[in-house]
Write a protein that binds this ligand. Sequence first.
Ligand code: DAK
Length: 256
Amino acid sequence: MSDVVLRERDGPVAVLTLNRPDALNALSNELMEQLVSTLQELDRDDDVRCIVLAGNDKAFAAGADIAELARSSAIDLYYQRRIERWDAIRALWTPLVAAVSGYCLGGGCELALACDLIVASESAKFGQPETGVGVIPGAGGTQRLTRAVGKSLAMDIILSGRFLAADEALAAGLVARVVQEGEWLDEAKRLAQEIASKAPIATRLAKEGVDRAYEGPLQLGLEYERRLLYLAFASEDAKEGLNAFLEKRKPEWKAR
Ligand code: DAK
């Protein structure tokens, strides 16, 4: 594969690293295509139980590639099927941890928000500065950011273009964990291994349940959750997990 997305594997955890450091990992069409096809390939591999998506110390990603946007028409973007790629990320079964250091802006912030949770360095800066270049957040930013941090702060970030520091992002509920500079990737990998060690089917169903809470009204979410619970309860892994606890041993997951 091209080197704009690097890939490594540590047991059940895959780590993908965005690799356009000279452009602060701006999300070019090529990068997004590679990223989504790699994610889909990993998602089909039952042995991959969690994926970490990382940038580098200076940037997770500073947004869509502005040079590319500047020379594209709306119809070009439409034909490039850009929106479908974002839908494909939303459809992944495998839990996705964003590991963020430095700039996480525009489409980069939307990409982190499309992951299941964010681990951030103290140096991380989140923002949706699109109106500063004449566009708006178009890959879920007006929706996901608003749900994550509430209307007032989302309006502030989106309309003023100001960057949110990591501690503010933590207080607002945008990120799950903030760690010291230099620790962000290790922490994300540790967390991914922890997620990967849990019962696979239950993990997938729990993720789906949280997504429903995030995406729809409460009553529908509660009904959805009940169905997910019965499905999880019917798995062999549920019997194994419950019995292992009672027998004071480590469970052996079969993903059945
Ligand atoms: N695109 C392309 N190149 C970028 C870039 C970007 N978003 N951000 C930075 N770069 C490049 C710079 O041009 C520079 O390249 P050289 O001049 O060295 O060749 C290099 O990265 C280093 O950047 P700076 O020299 O600017 O570095 P500084 O430390 O001075 O400033 C900065 C860092 C992050 C504050 C600054 O680079 C900046 O403001 N960047 C732009 C941030 C921004 O406005 N992002 C929002 C872009 S709009 C869509 C879905 C999503 C979107 C669109 C469509 N569809 C589904 C259709 C999303 C839109 C956006 O994200």
